[in-house]
Ligand binder design. Structure first.
Ligand code: AMP
Length: 425
């Protein structure tokens, strides 16, 4: 089989790495990829939002399966365009992708389906939004409706902050059209967890539990990032809780969409707030999380290509997933300054010595090879992912590898997996 993977982050490196393990796969292409992916796949310099270019490439090369990593091409209708010309593709269509692409769409669906989520209001008028904020009071959360590169959510401690956030999003349109509609939401307390499942529109097949670390600094301090690390399994998601999430959240969403004529195929990712017995949905994503994908792919023993094909052919009821029982931990190494402005082009040292690492894998995110040297090219640069007999060994193994890697102003968290470690004691 010939596979095309779209994207160029740590998530896509993990997907390519896993796909390459399938005995059915003969050739993997990745657009645009990165230096690490370039060792496993042929890199194609097409941007993930260049739908026409990607479609032309897939037709020309007679690609058997296209796997979409990031959300943007899904929201832009890549799956619809590919399916129209008979290409097989893993991911939800444009209508279904609104679950992530429009927070108002997701909230309305959850409300109609009785899925637990924060109380909210949806507004297309700034004065109405401000009136609602003043009525509800702080703390309160203000969200741009559309995709805003993970920056469109403001958790506000005071009414003044919330009014300023609403003004920025809707008045000044700092996120462009993503701010056409505002969602204002009740502030939820608790611990965040991610829950991912494959679905073919009828069956929901959960992945192993996983939890990420969103803040830039240790002890969950500092601004939010794309994710500074992740670990799997996540002890907070007990088997009983997992079953409740599947029955009370994922099935109602998938069934609700099907009742509206939309068959959701792909990964459905619920971002959750867990407070003792109470679970509420913060958001849905319509693709693998990054870095959550790295420890998940590291632990997945099933053939990923088989599972993805079962999703496309609506045969997921016949599939079960096999997991390595050993935990895995991914520590993200980021450029100094991230999530603010940062330098690129820094040569990375220490990668060579980890080529033969047997208990882990260095997944690349923002890297590029220039003159045979791997240099930094993004905020999140590497995802150092390791397995161990228990969570404490996985953490130690990952940080032993981290110690071998460096570049000027590299930064990373030193407490990845600590929450899991505390719970496992
Ligand atoms: P979202 O993209 O909607 O998941 O929001 C990004 C981050 O904002 C989440 O991971 C939470 O840390 C925080 N957040 C979002 N909604 C809420 C809420 N209703 N209450 C508390 N924190 C929230």
């Amino acid at each position: 089989m010939k596979i095309l993977v779209i994207g160029g982050g740590g998530r896509e490196h993990a997907l390519v790495w896993k796909i390459r393990q399938s005995p059915r796969v003969t050739q993997v292409y990745c657009a645009p990829g990165n230096a690490g992916i370039g060792e496993l796949a042929e890199l194609i310099s097409l941007a993930p939002d260049n739908i026409a270019g990607l479609q032309q490439f897939a037709q020309q090369k007679q690609i058997d399966l296209t796997v979409v990593g990031p959300e943007l091409p899904l929201s832009l209708g890549l799956v619809d365009a590919f399916e129209k010309c008979g290409l097989r593709v893993f991911g939800p269509n444009q209508h279904a992708a609104q679950l992530e692409g429009s927070k108002a769409f997701a909230k309305a669906l959850m409300q109609q389906q009785g899925v637990p989520t924060a109380a909210f209001g949806t507004f297309t008028n700034l004065e109405d939004a401000c009136r609602y904020i003043k009525k509800v009071g702080a703390p309160i959360v203000v969200k741009a409706d559309g995709l805003a590169a993970g920056k469109g959510v403001f958790v506000c401690a005071t009414v003044e902050e919330a009014l300023a956030a609403a003004e920025q999003i809707m008045g000044e349109r700092v996120f462009g059209e993503a701010g056409h509609t505002l969602v204002v939401e009740e502030f939820l307390q608790g611990e965040e967890a991610s829950f991912l499942a494959f679905t073919d529109g009828t069956t929901v097949l959960p992945l192993a539990s996983v939890q990420d670390h969103k803040r830039i600094y240790d002890d969950d301090r500092g601004p939010n990032t794309g994710g500074m690390g992740a670990y799997s399994p996540a002890p907070i998601v007990t088997p009983t809780l997992a079953e409740r999430i599947v029955q009370e959240i994922l099935y109602p969403v998938v069934n609700g969409l099907r009742e509206r004529g939309v068959v959701y195929k792909g990964i459905l990712y619920a971002g959750l707030m867990i407070d003792q017995e109470q679970v509420k949905v913060l958001e849905f994503n319509v693709r693998f999380g990054d870095p959550e994908c790295q420890p998940l792919m590291f632990r997945l023993q099933s053939d990923l290509v088989d599972v993805m094909e079962a999703v496309i052919d609506e045969r997921l009821a016949d599939v079960s997933l096999a997991w390595d029982t050993r935990p895995a931990v991914c520590v993200v190494l980021a450029a100094g300054g991230y999530p603010g402005s940062y330098e690129t082009g820094q040569p990375i040292s220490g990668l060579e010595s980890l080529r033969t690492w047997t208990n882990g894998m260095v997944f690349h995110a923002g890297t590029v090879k220039t003159d045979d040297i791997v240099v930094t090219k993004g905020g999140r640069v590497l995802g150092v992912t390791a397995g161990g007999a228990d969570i404490s060994e996985a953490i130690a193994e990952a940080y032993r590898a981290v110690d071998q890697i460096s570049w000027p102003r590299m930064q990373y968290r030193r407490d990845i997996g600590r929450r899991a470690l505390i719970r496992s004691r």
